[in-house]
Design a protein around this ligand. Structure first.
Ligand code: SAM
Length: 274
């Protein structure tokens, strides 16, 4: 049995849904290639990370990296691992900012900075702010922001603040406000995978009021920060599409649209401030 085939079986037995992908990624992480053979020292290191993956430590915590659109972000304990479905949010932000020469863009609940840093990298003009309230997550945000700016991207202003209160000086001037807030309901606690339950920070996942409490904070912040006609782009749980669009309609937002993710589930809402 080869090292790789053995590893895949090990992860499959541990219930890892992406066993083959993860075994290859870990082998590549340890050896720089996913082609065997590996030497004794590499084999020992591979087995050590494999043990941790079999214990359901997220792959991204073992490699220290998470790919997101064109970026390869630093991640680890204390910060939410960016998800592929959030990549779609960035397309909506870029579209909303397309007509502005110098757009002001705000990313609330920024985590690693996946959304803000992608916008800065791909739009490369205007001003981009990233707001995060948790000090541990903020350290990862700063690390990624410093690295991307050093690589030549438009610098992102990272702000340690509550989404409900930060960026007062921008009031009524932002052109686009994006957010991927915590939106899972406590009722869903038994449905999430161990990687998520035990390793994503709980402040990144759970929200009161059926998962809607932080979405409400984001909408109120958008009403404070966006200029009239400015655009909100907010991610939500599948199953929250109607609640989010109703909330925005009640509060007088216009051009309210809900968008599906690649699996066809309601995933984020866009709307324009009147
Ligand atoms: C689902 S994660 C999203 C992170 C990142 N935007 C992404 O898409 O990968 C939600 C983030 O919101 C942060 N957060 C939670 N409550 C917050 C608040 N009141 N103000 C600002 N950030 C908050 C969490 O610490 C976490 O980093």
């Amino acid at each position: 049995v080869t090292v790789l085939a053995d590893a895949v079986r090990r992860l499959r037995d541990a219930g890892v849904p992406t066993a083959e992908h993860d075994a290859r990624a870990l082998l590549r992480h340890v050896t720089g290639t996913d082609v065997e053979p590996v030497d004794e020292e590499q084999l020992a290191r591979f087995r050590a990370v494999l043990d941790r993956r079999a214990a359901r430590v997220p792959l991204q915590h073992l490699t220290g990296r998470a790919p997101f659109r064109h970026l390869d972000l630093h991640v680890g304990p204390g910060v939410f691992i960016p998800r592929p479905e959030t990549e779609l949010l960035v397309d909506a932000v870029l579209a909303a900012a397309a007509a502005d020469a110098e757009p002001i863009i705000v990313d609330l609940c920024a985590g690693t900075g996946a959304v803000a840093l992608s916008v800065a990298h791909e739009l490369a003009r205007g001003r981009v702010y990233a707001v995060e309230s948790e000090p541990a997550a903020f350290q990862w945000l700063q690390r990624n922001a410093v690295e991307r700016a050093a690589a030549g991207d438009l610098p992102v202003v990272a702000v340690l603040a509550d989404a409900g209160r930060g960026l007062g000086t921008l009031s009524g001037r932002a052109d686009v406000l994006a957010a991927n807030p915590p939106y899972l309901s406590e009722a869903d606690r038994d449905l999430v995978e161990p990687e998520v339950r035990d390793h994503d920070p709980s402040t990144a996942l759970w929200a009161a009021d059926g998962g809607m409490s932080l979405v409400r904070v984001v909408v109120a912040a958008a009403e404070r920060l966006l200029r009239p006609g400015g655009c909100l782009v907010v991610e939500h749980a599948d199953g929250q599409g109607v609640r989010v669009t109703d909330l925005l309609a009640e509060r007088g937002w216009v051009e309210i649209l809900d968008h599906p993710d690649l699996a066809g589930r309601d995933r984020f809402t866009t709307a324009r401030r009147r």
